[in-house]
Design a protein around this ligand. Structure first.
Ligand code: APR
Length: 316
């Protein structure tokens, strides 16, 4: 019997919520939650397991501090990292999370050399690159979660504004998971109609800007910590696409190799995921202005990835 096993590294808000949503879906055999904090993954796994007596799912959930228990995972989700602390510069945060992500990836891939890595830790684009460099995995097995979340935020804002079901909105948010995030209003359809036929430019600009600010708005409200429900749902969407080979087109952060005229950098674009990981990069037709924005996003990520290279070289 083939066992479908998912490891989630980092059993904090995002990791644990993703584990529970995934368990409720009952589509995998085993979830391993791992963390450096002793007792936390074990306690959360036990709590979730007890919910199975009510929710009736069969997925086994294990909490551990040891990578041995993650052996032969099909997919590894990386949510480990720290949030920016007061007084910490962006570069200091980057350096700390490069250390954490590279260390967890090194340990995890030893036990699961054929796994697919899904990176969630922030700053996302730089952390996917860190996992790619550290693992030595081919590009189709290292994917970042960002676009699904950003697109969900964009859809929610449009749905609220037009008072329609978010499921009736067709759109993608691409680019980076940061300042160079790109919503594509020209290609956005609500209930089959082009968005610019339904809303004014000012209204669309406001939605696009709120989308970019979506994560920061939640951080501002929570005061400590950042979003985790929608990020967790986005992770589960990716896992579902992989294990069920759904063929659904999803925006994800992947390593471009000439697609969109961009090479050797991770950027968010629409893709199809499948059993092997990244199955196909979907090249939607972008106009010159949109292509320029995508190139700007790639340049911003390239700059951060350069810093990652320096930090990784220092570690050696
Ligand atoms: N090994 C394993 N786990 C680690 C390590 C490590 N080296 N370092 C930190 N962790 C764990 C922490 O102990 C914590 O339980 O990662 C977990 C992170 O959880 P939270 O602090 O609750 O953060 P969360 O809200 O889950 O966000 C995780 O996802 O969306 C991104 O920006 C977010 O980078 C952040 C990540």
């Amino acid at each position: 019997m083939i066992i479908l096993k998912i490891t989630i590294i980092g059993s904090g808000f995002v990791g644990a919520t993703a584990a529970h949503i995934l368990a409720l879906k009952n589509i995998v055999d085993e979830i391993v939650l791992i963390d450096i904090l002793e007792g936390v993954p074990q306690g959360k796994a036990l709590d979730m397991t007890q919910s199975s007596a009510i929710e009736n799912f069969k997925t086994k959930i294990i909490g551990t501090n040891s990578y041995e228990a993650t052996k032969n995972s099909d997919i590894i989700i990386i949510t480990a990292g720290i949030a920016r602390k007061p007084g910490m510069t962006r570069d200091e945060l980057l350096q700390t999370n490069v250390k954490i992500v590279s260390s967890v990836v090194k340990q995890a891939v030893q036990y699961s050399p054929e796994s697919i890595l899904i990176v969630v830790s922030n700053p996302l684009d730089a952390m996917v690159y860190t996992a790619y460099k550290t693992s030595g995995f081919p590009r189709y097995r290292v994917i970042g979660m960002a676009g699904i979340l950003d697109t969900a935020r964009y859809k929610t804002l449009i749905a609220d504004r037009l008072n329609i079901d978010a499921a009736k909105i067709d759109c993608f948010v691409i680019g980076s998971h940061g300042d160079t995030m790109i919503a594509l209003p020209r290609l956005t359809k609500a209930d089959g109609k082009q968005l610019d036929k339904l809303l004014t430019k000012t209204e669309i600009d406001e939605i696009v800007s709120k989308t970019k600010n979506g994560g920061a708005e939640i951080v501002g409200l929570l005061k400590t910590g950042s979003a985790y429900y929608a990020p967790a749902s986005s992770i589960v969407e990716m896992i579902t696409a992989i294990v069920n080979d759904t063929g659904k087109v999803l925006p994800c952060c992947v390593f471009l190799n000439g697609e969109y005229g961009i090479k050797n950098i991770f950027v968010g674009v629409p893709v199809i995921l499948g059993k092997e990981g990244l199955k196909e990069i979907v090249e939607i037709e972008l106009n010159d202005e949109e292509l320029l924005l995508l190139n700007n996003a790639a340049d911003a990520v390239r700059e951060l990835s350069g810093l990652v290279d320096c930090f990784l070289a220092d570690e050696k």
